[in-house]
Design a binder for this molecule. Sequence first.
Ligand code: ATP
Length: 319
Amino acid sequence: MKKIAVLTSGGDSPGMNAAVRAVTRKAIYHGIEVYGVYNGYQGLLQDKIEKLELGSVGDTIQRGGTFLRSARCPEFKDKEVRKQAIENLYKRGIEALVVIGGDGSYRGAQRLNEEGIKTIAVPGTIDNDINGTDFTIGFDTALNTIIDTVDKIRDTASSHERTFIIEVMGRDAGDLALWAGLAGGAETILIPEEKVQIEHIAERIQKGIERGKKHSVIIVAEGVMSANECSQELKKYINVDTRESVLGHMQRGGAPTGVDRVLASRLGAYAVELLMNNESGYAVGIKSNHLSKTTFDEVFKEAHQIDHKLYQLSEELSI
Ligand code: ATP
């Protein structure tokens, strides 16, 4: 293995830079040349590939986003289109690729691996929705960003005796909402994986009011409904003063937490280690604080699950 490439793809997440840095430095440390692909799979097709030196990744570990930039590239699903991407790597003598991204990016990585590029995928998404790892790079940072806001909203919620509905990211995955709700002491958490009757939530808020609660916080994952819809639904059952807050893209920004930087460094370096051992076709991850590798087939075998015990705990603690 003499030359490898690295790219970031899909939605960006804090810590992607730290992962690119780890891939680059680990490879160079072992005498391997590293090439950065700009704009994800789109850049791979458009030949936006540049050699990375030790200094190329200097001063990036603390930065959010991804200096390699990211893009969505729907046409990458087409095998004929991917031939151009493979050609762009081959013509430079690049045999292997590290893809940092979410589950969509993993699909592209799996295809490339089948089609001749030794590929390893690294979980970079705030959603924490990828099988084969307990945590994805960016989740901890996004979680802390949300908690910060929830804490602030709680201050004003109690001053005005209001019910706040906070909409967080998560189209199909409820991890962010669940963890943020638990950590932020939310009374109700609405996630795509658990069906809850609005009537039941209204009853709970009513009981809270009766026992003298000053405010209530509801965290809703965007995949369930919008904060506004949630408010409208709630008002069908109970007369409460509600305010909605949609956190939006701020959840994807910001400097990565220490936890995300360390995770990204470990996973990026591990990806290179596998390639050096001539192993490919894996997604790397962390399980019970140990580095792990999972085949793409295994990753896609079943849908990602939330930790149901954590959900149960949130129910028990928010009575
Ligand atoms: P996130 O969910 O965190 O936003 P993601 O990696 O899942 O990240 P997607 O937009 O789903 O984001 O996928 C990123 C890119 O991966 C797509 O734009 C496309 O180029 C590629 N991709 C997705 N699915 C496939 C597939 N089935 N085959 C080949 N490439 C794919």
